[in-house]
Design a protein around this ligand. Structure first.
Ligand code: SAH
Length: 410
């Protein structure tokens, strides 16, 4: 439940006599980012706010006029994460308001995701769905919920009740302990309403996966590569395929489904490779697949020349923050250079970056640098990106994080 407070007596141009939430008053002339509907309000733009960490606030101009609502954060550079832009009051603290928002997100998926052969997709993509700091992934009939901010954490009991009302009894709350925003977490990982087996069977474009939501990376699976995996399938017939940074072999299974005659999955995690091998057996009989536990930087350097027709490079986010961009760029260049040097003539290189801090342009420049050093003729044949269930809020270009290039290497 939210605590309702009386408006501060100085700024009472609206709702003066009703009980209401805390106000965040903007500094004079600092309305631009809100007028542009950017969901992040930086601390420099705040004149006054007495709310506590994660509390819902009404954001007003310096003269007290309402501009919208957000979650306040005391310690962060991002002082407020906006979720509603409005000049008139809205009942943003009510379950009905959040239910409508959840229904909108569900509607987008029902319209845009073909669910006949896929029961695994992202239901809530944080700012991309105007739910700042909240991730919800759907694995068959289980939802994995990851609140990334204190504000969303406080909303969890209400969101959980609403999800139950909307027909989702199996909810696994996965609290990310490393998130600085959640330093003072009060929730713990586990089932919220009904319990379910921790291993969940899903299908994605007809391919079967077992997801371990407890010990798997992210919420258990890299759902965001679904459509790119399907593209790999279309090009794989009779090809030798290297899936570098394979995790549990997502791209490998699609390559096998597409008729590849040899597929190698390489990952530094032994557990991931073991699961990849199991998933291959679950989907195919005697598939030409080998899982290798290795560091891909070494593997790509040591592998033979002219062996692979298709190479997939899907490393983890090398640039976790802005300061890491230079080092990350070198990492991306190295792996791309190694792959381009060795790939067969006329080979296809699927290369990705999921670092939000590496822009699409920068990534292309890095790959261009690798191509030049490899002395190969390289052409971009497709631009790859995140799928429809990871929508990019047009006012928040930062929510575009996954980018990739399909290269034809001669
Ligand atoms: N393509 C995968 C997701 C890859 S996530 C999919 O579709 O599901 C990135 C993976 O890189 C993780 O599994 C991580 O274990 C692995 N990884 C990180 N550093 C590595 C390294 N140096 N060498 C090999 N694998 C690495």
């Amino acid at each position: 439940h939210f605590t309702f407070r009386i408006f501060s007596p100085i700024h009472t141009t609206f709702a003066a006599n009703i009980q209401c939430m805390q106000q965040l008053i903007l500094s004079q002339g600092r309305t631009k980012s809100i007028l542009n509907r950017h969901p992040w309000l930086f601390s420099g733009g705040v004149h006054q706010c007495k709310a506590s960490e994660g509390e819902m606030v009404a954001v007003t101009k310096h003269n007290g006029e309402l501009m919208g609502y957000g979650f306040y954060s005391t310690g962060s550079q991002i002082a407020c994460r906006m979720f509603e832009w409005t000049l008139t009051e809205k009942p943003v603290e009510t379950p009905a308001y959040w239910k409508a928002k959840l229904e909108e997100a569900i509607e987008l998926r029902n319209k845009l995701i073909d669910q006949t052969n896929t029961n695994c997709f992202r239901l809530i993509h944080a700012e991309g769905d105007n739910f700042p700091g909240l991730i919800i992934d759907k694995y068959n009939d289980v939802l994995v919920i990851q609140p990334l901010t204190k504000g969303m954490e406080q909303l969890m009991p209400m969101i959980s009740d609403l999800l139950l009302e909307l027909g989702f009894p199996y909810q696994y709350l996965k609290v990310k302990q490393s998130s600085a925003q959640l330093e003072r977490v009060s929730l713990s990982t586990g089932w919220l309403k009904e319990e379910h087996d921790i291993l969940i069977e899903v299908v994605e474009h007809g391919i079967r996966f077992n997801i371990d939501v407890e010990s798997g990376q992210k919420t258990g699976f890299f759902i965001d590569q679904r459509e790119n995996r399907n593209i790999v399938k279309t090009y794989s017939k009779n090809k030798a395929v290297l899936n570098a940074f394979s995790y549990t072999g997502g791209f490998s299974l699609y390559a096998l489904a597409g008729g590849a005659h040899r597929v190698h999955s390489v990952d530094i995690s032994k557990q991931a490779i073991e699961l990849a091998n199991e998933l291959v057996d679950l989907n195919f009989k005697n598939a030409p697949h080998t899982g290798v536990v290795a560091d891909c930087f070494d593997y790509l350097g040591d592998m033979p020349d002219d062996f692979y027709d298709i190479i997939i490079l899907d490393p983890p986010a090398f640039a976790k923050n802005k300061r890491a961009v230079a080092n990350a760029s070198r990492g991306y260049k190295q792996i791309n250079l190694k792959a381009m040097r060795k790939i067969k003539k006329g080979g296809l290189l699927f290369t990705f970056s999921c670092s939000g801090n590496i822009t699409k342009d920068l990534f292309q420049k890095i790959v261009f640098g690798a191509a030049a050093d490899a002395h190969r003729h390289v052409r971009i044949v497709e631009q790859l990106h995140q799928p429809a269930d990871h929508p990019i809020n047009i006012y928040h270009p930062e929510s575009e994080y996954l980018k990739g290039l399909l290269l034809y290497v001669e």
